[in-house]
Design a protein around this ligand. Structure first.
Ligand code: C2E
Ligand code: CA
Ligand code: CA
Length: 338
């Protein structure tokens, strides 16, 4: 109905300098009740919009499952992704996290990529939403955790000090009843000290089905695993919930950090988030730190850690080792702005 109204309103001719202009519009609509995150929802809306574009003039289309199957039939990305898992085409890149006080790397975030045989290295935005939507995120997620645990041990074996390893967990992974036993098994098999393992969850993931999520988080917390709240500020958190969950870290979304030098509001927001986190006894990580000015402000505001291109982008394991060996450079990054 809203789609119809928008189309009708836009179909009216516009008068510009005495001439009439006609605008076309194509609307794609998708319902939020069948998906768990914003990305697949946008993806559905996009598929519906492609359908609408196939029609004349102003048109809207509501997403339905059958179209997805057709759309997928064309590319068969899901099948390819399934094969990719079997053929070991996924890779992890690790982005360092810098402690601003100590001026050294204290943690890593595992970021998945797909080394596609024809299309090259694909970022998660190209396949994680699909994996979430199809349920493949569950085996994919286990692969990520297992590889991250293996690489943690490998880094220790190279004589490097232990680092916190952060792995992104999507909401769908909590729906898997085997999450807890599988994780316990993987941790034990790899012989990792669980206290160095950290899961990043978004606000939306935590706020949905909070009972089940809370139980699993508490049980994992018992193993020593830590949790951080990812993309903080972009979703909706209830502080009542935050207090009941074993969260130790808050990651300020890069959209706030990004505009910090230009926009006073962003600066104030970031400062407020840092204070809020500290009042809740949480550590704060600023994401998306790209220049020294941002770094300087973050240090002023008492932010604990920073992550971003200024320090390093996500690196494959061999490059990461080289990076970690150049320790003095990080010290400069962390301290130079005093
Ligand atoms: P995220 O968890 O917010 O990860 C941070 C993203 O910001 C990464 O993008 C990283 O490369 C990028 N980034 C880091 N520093 C900067 C910076 O200074 N400036 C800018 N503009 N960007 C920066 P990436 O690797 O493309 O990952 C995108 C998203 O995909 C992640 O967002 C995360 O939500 C998801 N993702 C990645 N790996 C996994 C995974 O193993 N499992 C799941 N479920 N999701 C994953
Ligand atoms: Ca993350
Ligand atoms: Ca993030």
């Amino acid at each position: 109905l809203v789609g119809e109204q928008i189309c009708e309103a836009l179909a009216e001719p516009y008068w510009v300098d005495g001439e009439s202009l006609l605008l076309g519009c194509s609307l794609g609509l998708a319902h939020a009740n069948s998906v768990s995150a914003a990305d697949p929802l946008m993806w559905h809306a996009n598929i519906a919009m492609q359908q609408a574009k196939g029609q004349q003039g102003c048109a809207y289309h509501v997403y339905d499952e059958r179209i997805t199957r057709d759309a997928r039939g064309q590319t068969d990305l899901e099948g390819e992704l399934r094969r990719a898992l079997r053929r070991d085409e996924l890779v992890l890149h690790y982005q360092p996290r810098l402690c601003l006080k100590a001026g050294r790397v204290v943690g890593l975030e595992a970021l998945v990529r797909w080394q596609h045989p024809e299309r090259g290295l694909l970022p998660p935005s190209e396949f994680v939403p699909l994996a979430e939507e199809s349920g493949l995120i569950v085996p994919l997620g286990y692969w990520v955790i297992s590889r991250a645990l293996r690489d943690m041990q490998w880094l220790l074996g190279r004589g490097l000090p232990p680092l916190h390893m952060a792995v992104n967990l999507s909401f769908r992974q909590f729906q898997d009843s085997q999450l807890l036993p599988t994780l316990s098994r993987l941790i034990a098999e790899r012989g990792v000290d669980a206290r160095w393992l950290e899961f990043e969850l978004t606000e939306t993931a935590i706020m949905r089905r909070s009972d089940q999520v809370q139980q699993t988080m508490l049980a994992l917390g018992e193993l020593g695993v830590r949790f951080s709240l990812d993309d903080f500020g972009t979703g909706f958190s209830s502080f009542v919930h935050l207090n009941n969950l074993p969260i130790t870290l808050l990651k300020i979304d890069k959209s706030f950090v990004g505009g910090m030098t230009e926009r006073t509001e962003n600066r104030q927001l970031v400062r407020a988030m840092i204070n809020l986190a500290h009042n809740l006894n949480l550590e704060v990580v600023a994401e998306g730190v790209e220049d020294t000015e941002q770094m300087m402000l973050l240090r002023q505001f008492g932010c604990d850690q920073a992550q971003g291109y200024l320090i390093s982008k996500g690196l494959p394991l061999n490059e990461l080792v080289r990076f970690l060996m150049q320790a003095p450079r990080h010290a400069q990054l962390g301290m130079a702005q005093n």
